[in-house]
Design a protein around this ligand. Structure first.
Ligand SMILES: O=P(O)(O)O[C@@H]1C[C@H](O)[C@@H](CO)O1
Ligand SMILES: Nc1nc2[nH]cnc2c(=O)[nH]1
Length: 298
């Protein structure tokens, strides 16, 4: 992991004007006006390579952007087209456990909004809690359990700028139902029915994986999968009015049994990402080509 400077760590949030300056800086250097923003989960950075006519920015060169510090998160913002549709893709995301504030790890969602993005498609690697799930399954998120948020660590804590959104955003419609339906249709057409699921994702702070008792608790509470990301981004994306679709690649089975010899590890997570890379690319590409956008959207 790269060491963070004290100054990088200290900065908690960015103003509307600073976010706008970052978005304008990016827009000046590309002719593309992306309507779709994609976030690559651990080991899924290959999704960004499917874009054509690419313009690539290293996070370290983007004003106000944090830096990726996790293996499997390259740290590049890639503009490009997918079957002619302009997209922007984060090849690497930020996590709470990297030491950034929750406002900072979600900054890219506000940049997406100011770039003109209307639909955000988030991917993540997650441990499967649902006993019916297998490694390699793709779970479309229908809801989440936000443990940091329930404990007071929500990215919207602090002064609210109405130019982004309202003080008290609704989350009962966080995951767009039409997009879930579209994923199911496209998945069936591609022959992915056997490994496409839908479920509830629970987020914890990480970086330690869960104990057996924690996995059992999450399962009892209704979670189908557990991870360390996505939900914070969803909250900020919904706050500023973007449509959200999210999926988890089940990269490992959460250990629920004291007799089990299984041990969660990041290498297995990255390996499973590689094995399902092609199917993930096909699912996302097919969905993007069928997304409808309102050109007058503000
Ligand atoms: O960015 P995601 O949520 O895909 O990353 C998951 C959670 C941890 O960062 C890592 C654990 O292997 O994968
Ligand atoms: N918290 C958590 N995150 C993961 N990311 C990939 N697998 C897992 C897991 O088992 N637990």
């Amino acid at each position: 992991m790269r060491r963070l400077s004290a100054a990088e760590r200290a900065r908690i949030r960015y103003t509307y004007e600073e976010c706008k300056a970052t978005a304008d800086w990016l827009l000046k250097q590309t002719d593309l006006c992306p309507l779709v923003g994609i976030v690559c989960g651990s080991g899924m950075g290959g999704l960004a390579d499917m874009l054509k006519d690419r313009v690539v920015f290293n996070y370290k060169d983007i004003p106000n952007f944090p830096q990726s510090t996790v293996h499997g998160h390259a740290g590049r913002l890639v503009f490009g087209t997918l079957k002619g549709r302009a997209c922007v893709c984060m090849q690497g995301r930020f996590h709470l456990y990297e030491g950034y504030s929750i406002q900072k790890i979600t900054l890219p969602m506000r940049i997406f909004k100011l770039l003109g993005v209307q639909t955000v498609m988030l991917t993540n690697a997650a441990g499967g809690l649902n006993q019916d799930y297998k490694v390699g399954d793709i779970m479309v998120l229908k809801d989440h359990l936000n443990f940091p948020g329930l404990a007071g660590n929500n990215p919207l804590v602090g002064p609210n700028d109405e130019r982004f959104g309202v003080r008290f955003p609704c989350m009962s419609d966080a995951y767009d139902r039409e997009l879930q339906q579209l994923a199911a249709e496209v998945g069936q057409e591609l022959g992915f029915g056997d490994f496409l699921r839908e479920g509830v994702y629970s987020v914890l702070g990480g970086p330690s994986f869960e104990t057996i008792a924690e996995c059992r608790m999450l399962s009892i509470l209704g979670a189908d999968a557990v991870g360390m990301s996505t939900v914070h981004e969803v909250v900020v994306a919904r706050h500023c009015g973007m449509r959200v679709f999210a999926l988890s690649l089940i990269t490992n089975r959460a250990v629920m049994d004291y007799d089990s010899a299984e041990r969660a590890n990041h290498e297995e997570v990255l390996e499973t990402g590689k094995l399902r890379a092609e199917q993930l690319e096909r699912l996302i590409t097919a969905m993007v080509t069928r997304l409808e956008h309102n050109n007058n959207y503000v």
